[in-house]
Design a protein around this ligand. Structure first.
Ligand SMILES: [Zn+2]
Ligand SMILES: [Zn+2]
Length: 297
């Protein structure tokens, strides 16, 4: 920023870019790393494992911290070390052996260019939301197809359904075809919308966060589906139901496509809601539906 003159700063201020410019300037000081052919795969692995880590720690603490029990969707399930290592090993193997050569090819065809200006904050938020909505629609179609056509299910999607009780590292326990399909949907949207590189990175982080949360097995009062109003977002409770019942809740994040196609199934109430009868500590905390009932009574 120190190298910018006052007229440049005025332009940045007036366009709303100033909010993100310091962060973007900082990232551009690591230009050599960000533009290296190794960056996409390193970024994908580090982001994924970094987001999984808190949930893995919770799974290790779970036997010694009874308070965690009320937030678990399947209170009697805890992943074994073998299950954790199998999923971790598969993710690392697929990324290093298959994803890396593909991202290398993509890098050779179109090397990353880092523009000097950051995107506007509103533009970044709008593009991330649009990418999420497009990704949700694309994966919904892919997912329904891979459940309705038995050959597609058996050959490509069954691997992801091997874990009926979920844990964070099971998020990317999937066939190579499913992994590449998700990666393709991820990339095609940011390319079609001509997203700024900072928007692309933000979308990747948000997308990985939401998919890990979907598979975490923990339904907290602050989980994303409780923060988005009007039941627009399904999240962890809905996706967990998909893994146990197979024929409902096909969209990964939002609920509108399942509502339109009649495949939306409401998730059971969380154990920590005191009106649902499972609250062991009588804390008075209520889930959304009971909170709304109380407001309108
Ligand atoms: Zn499925
Ligand atoms: Zn899943």
């Amino acid at each position: 920023m120190s190298g910018r003159n006052s007229s440049e700063l005025q332009v940045l201020c007036s366009s709303g870019q100033l909010l993100l410019q310091p962060l973007w300037d900082r990232l551009r000081t690591w230009e050599a790393l960000v533009q290296s052919p190794f960056f996409p795969v390193i970024f994908a692995i580090i982001t994924y494992l970094g987001i999984c880590l808190p949930f893995v720690v919770l799974d290790f603490l779970y036997p010694w911290v009874p308070a965690l029990r009320r937030y678990k969707i399947h209170p009697d399930f805890s992943p074994s070390a073998r299950e954790l290592l199998t999923c971790l090993g598969q993710t690392l193997y697929q990324h290093l052996v298959f994803v890396f050569p593909v991202t290398l090819l993509h890098w050779l065809c179109s090397p990353a260019l880092l523009p000097p200006e950051a995107p506007e904050m509103l533009q970044l938020l709008r593009d991330v939301l649009l990418c999420l909505l497009l990704f949700d629609a694309e994966f919904f179609v892919w997912h329904v197809l891979h459940h309705k056509v038995p050959w597609l299910y058996r050959t490509f999607h069954k691997v992801h359904h091997q874990n009926s009780s979920l844990f964070a590292l099971a998020t990317q326990h999937m066939s190579l075809w499913e992994l590449f399909s998700l990666g393709f949907f991820d990339m095609v949207n940011v390319t079609l919308l001509r997203c700024h590189p900072l928007t692309v990175l933000t979308f990747h982080v948000v997308n990985i966060w939401l998919s890990v949360e979907d598979h975490s097995g923990y339904d907290f009062p602050w989980s994303t589906h409780r923060l988005v109003p009007f039941g627009w977002y399904g999240g962890v409770a809905h996706h967990d139901l998909h893994h146990s019942q197979f024929n409902c809740n096909f969209a990964p994040y939002f609920t509108h496509w399942d509502k339109i196609l009649g495949t939306l199934r409401p998730a059971p109430p969380p154990a920590w809601c005191c009106s649902c009868g499972g609250c062991p500590s009588n804390s008075g905390v209520l889930c959304d539906s009971h909170l709304n009932q109380k407001k309108h009574s």
